[in-house]
Design a protein around this ligand. Structure first.
Ligand code: SF4
Ligand code: SF4
Ligand code: SF4
Length: 777
């Protein structure tokens, strides 16, 4: 992922956009953060968050016209949060913990600020903090301008004076009773004496002070709305003079003073006045916040004199929904597992990918995504973390940095399925051509080989022109592992067999095969067995009854975009007499069971979390048309059926409570299916397998092996290797041997005992290191 792609993807995730209140606030008070602290009854932190942005907390918290509240998301479920009242409570209860004045080193430049209202005070204060020498001219008797007219009931003189003292403490030189304009100092003499001038006075006085500055149609000083630059070089103006029609906004005046200070600083440093200021004042946030599930709640009214008590403030703060997006994280256990959100993950994955040498810490994270793409469907910015992770996996593979342990097991499973042990392509017995080619897939053949046989028989009976059979794996494991080389080889091999079979229409039973083959071998005409069965009608004699309990449908993630397939499947369930329940992550939100993307191989913990959560989506029995989904939910203790169970199973009770086969049995079932079909259907002679050593694996060891993804055939290989080479360690006390064998990249260790010609396994484990040198007897 190059830098540009990373930035584009980061920008797709709007989780870090400010909440609606903060974007609407002209100075962007972090109201959400402040309210979060109030919720935790931490008024001191709440105040420091507030004071970080607000120069005069005592004043502003009392006089702010709170434009933030007009945009508060809470209005969609109740009324806006009383942000201004909460700020006042914070200033009241924690106002003695004002932030310390920290100034930048002094600069050799002097500013004149005209007017000691909120805008002039803010500009003077901010410029002083930036290290400039500031002289503040005020025509009146004291600092504060029109704030003195607000009234004691709202803003007491004590609070006002305490706040404006900050300006003096910051080192601003104050000149009271000094008018600027016709009645006092001329603007041109200020320009001569100072490096920049800010005029922050009300509209009435502004006209008098204009003195050569251009006026707008309302008769006020004309300024650039973003930079506040007036028509004379080095002069800036803002505050009350920008709202001549009586719509004075105290917080807008503060924002103008702040913007002017930024402009003046840029002006004196020769930087662009206008660049990158789009979000400096009020703007519309891109944040998305889902209001679903928020029960309407209305503002707390303060019992006494427009001031919340501590308790009232906490109750009001708890109404805040702490606006954020996190839509994908709420739905995806993988994203939730790593404790952040895609914008952060994209950066982490990019950094991981950019490392030339040394450790890559995000590999496990990259390999723990199902690659299901649900996040893209949910995300307002359409960010697909699956794409990000798949790309990163491919890059790790190409750079030789993909740990072999990550996908070794699944790739070997695929290799088995595409080996002589299982792979097969044949025309229907008695036919020299195939109009159709049934492709059951490796997982259905592993989980329910009897259904494959029955379905193939039914298709042969009902479809004209010959129905060939192709057994094998579609290459999904290689695709998910980022192994493009293997992926292409598998597709090429599929395409060659399909061509040799005369380009028949492929009928897939597995939705992942369907999607992968459709997407990667575009010339293949392909259908699912479900749409074909819907056209043919279900096998006779097992049509539905109307006495069944509802079944909760599980759409596999690979079928998310297949609306016809989803509908067809539901019709089949209904035809069989079952009422349908929908699960949470279904249809256009179809989610993964934890198998997709090889998560279960790379990160069993995440896979378990996914399966566990999904198994709890409905109290009803599940029915899925993906064999892995069915087996995974069954392993969670969830009664689950495969849709073919509804068609072919003699005993649905038994089918719903059946556990899926172990990894070893999956191999066994595939191999047996092939042998059986070759012998019974094609009347071919299949040689018996080589005689194997008699190996006993007790149930507790078999369970251990399953959790460690060790196959019976791996154990068999180790013992055979040890016994044929003598490379084994002997523990004479326990009367056992320990031996290892490395078929490809994983080394398997087996602890076993021997009784005559029978070998009993006591333990088995594996690791990814190579043993160099011989192990001596
Ligand atoms: S859905 Fe996820 S990726 Fe998209 S904006 Fe929200 S948090 Fe970011
Ligand atoms: S609900 Fe809270 S975070 Fe959201 S806009 Fe309102 S005050 Fe801000
Ligand atoms: S598991 Fe699916 S929803 Fe979650 S991040 Fe990966 S692709 Fe997106």
């Amino acid at each position: 992922m190059d830098q540009d792609t990373m930035r584009r993807r980061e920008a797709q995730c709007i989780q870090e956009q400010p909440p609606f209140c903060q974007a609407a606030c002209p100075i962007h008070v972090d109201a959400r953060g402040m309210i979060s602290a109030i919720r935790a009854q931490d008024f001191s932190t709440a105040f420091s968050i507030y004071n970080r942005t607000v120069p005069f907390p005592g004043i502003i918290s009392r006089v702010c016209d709170h434009p933030c509240q007009k945009e508060c998301k809470r209005q969609e479920a109740g009324s806006a949060i009383e942000i201004r009242l909460l700020e006042q409570a914070v200033a009241q209860y924690a106002g003695n913990s004002r932030r310390k004045i920290k100034k930048l080193p002094a600069k050799n430049k002097r500013m004149a600020v005209v007017g000691a209202g909120l805008s002039g005070l803010t500009a003077a204060f901010d410029l002083a903090l930036k290290g400039y020498g500031v002289v503040l001219f005020e025509a009146g008797e004291c600092l504060g301008g029109r704030l003195w007219g607000i009234g004691d009931g709202i803003l007491s003189p004590e609070i006002l004076l305490a706040d404006v003292q900050a300006v003096v403490d910051a080192g601003v030189q104050v000149q009271l009773r000094t008018a600027i304009g016709e009645a006092g100092i001329s603007l041109s003499s200020l320009c001569d004496e100072f490096d920049a001038v800010y005029i922050g006075i009300g509209p009435e006085r502004a006209v008098n002070a204009a003195m050569g500055l251009e006026l707008n149609s309302s008769g006020c000083i004309r300024v650039d709305s973003s930079t506040l630059a007036a028509s004379i070089d080095k002069v800036f103006a803002g505050g009350g003079l920008r709202c001549p029609d009586g719509q004075y906004s105290p917080i807008q005046s503060v924002a103008d003073g702040r913007s002017a200070a930024i402009s003046i600083d840029r002006f004196l440093q020769g930087a662009s006045l206008s660049a990158g200021r789009e979000t400096e004042q009020t703007f519309t946030t891109k944040l998305y916040t889902n209001m679903e599930g928020h029960i309407p709640a209305y503002a707390v009214r303060p019992q006494s004199q427009n001031l919340y008590s501590l308790e009232e403030a906490v109750v009001e703060a708890r109404r805040c929904i702490q606006c954020e997006c996190m839509e994908c994280v709420k739905k995806c256990e993988y994203l939730a597992h790593y404790g952040a959100y895609p914008k952060r993950y994209v950066r982490e994955i990019h950094n991981n990918d950019s490392i030339v040498m040394g450790m890559r810490h995000a590999n496990k994270m990259i390999n723990s995504c199902s690659l299901c793409g649900l996040c893209e469907t949910i995300c307002p910015g359409r960010l697909n973390m699956g794409d990000v992770c798949l790309e990163a996996r491919r890059s790790l593979v190409i750079k030789g940095k993909m740990p072999p342990s990550a996908h070794d097991f699944a790739l070997r499973d695929m290799e088995f399925s595409n080996s002589e042990a299982f792979a097969l392509t044949r025309h229907q017995p008695g036919y020299a051509a195939s109009a159709y080619l049934f492709y059951p897939g490796c997982q259905l053949s592993a989980s329910a080989p009897e259904h494959v046989e029955k379905l193939y028989a039914y298709l042969r009976e009902r479809l004209p022109g010959g129905v060939g059979l192709m057994l094998g794996c579609c290459g999904a494991p290689a695709y998910w592992a980022g192994r493009e080389d293997l992926s292409h080889l598998t597709q090429d091999s599929f395409a060659a067999n399909w061509l040799a079979a005369g380009k028949p229409t492929v009928l897939t039973a597995c939705p992942t095969c369907y999607r992968l083959l459709k997407d990667t071998i575009t010339e293949v005409s392909i259908e699912t067995i479900w749409t074909v069965l819907a056209q043919l009608g279900l096998p006779a004699g097992i049509q539905g009854t109307d006495t069944h309990q509802p079944l909760a449908i599980i759409d596999p993630c690979s079928a998310r975009e297949e609306t016809l397939l989803q509908e067809t499947v539901r019709n089949i369930v209904k035809t069989k007499g079952f009422p349908i329940e929908e699960t949470v992550l279904n249809r256009e939100l179809a989610g993964c069971c934890g198998y997709g993307g090889l998560v279960s191989v790379a990160n069993a913990e995440v896979a378990e979390k996914v399966a566990h959560k999904r198994a709890a989506e409905s109290p009803h029995d599940y029915v899925s048309y993906c064999a892995m989904c069915r087996d995974i939910y069954a392993a969670q203790g969830k009664r689950s059926l495969h849709l073919l169970d509804l068609v072919f199973a003699a005993d649905l009770e038994q089918a719903a409570s059946r556990q899926g086969p172990s990894y070893s049995d999956r191999h066994e079932n595939r191999a047996r299916l092939k042998t059986k079909l070759l012998r019974e259907l094609w009347q071919e002679k299949v040689p018996e397998g080589q005689e194997k050593l008699a190996v006993i694996i007790p149930p507790e060891v078999a369970l251990l092996m399953e959790s460690r993804m060790i196959l019976a055939e791996d154990v068999q290989s180790v013992i055979e290797f040890a016994e044929s080479t003598g490379k084994k360690l002997c523990d004479p006390k326990a009367g056992r041997f320990v031996a290892h064998y490395q078929p490809v990249s994983v080394t398997y260790w087996v602890e076993y005992g021997v009784d005559g010609s029978v070998f009993t396994v006591h333990n088995a484990y594996s690791h990814r290191m190579e043993i160099v040198g011989d192990v001596k007897r």
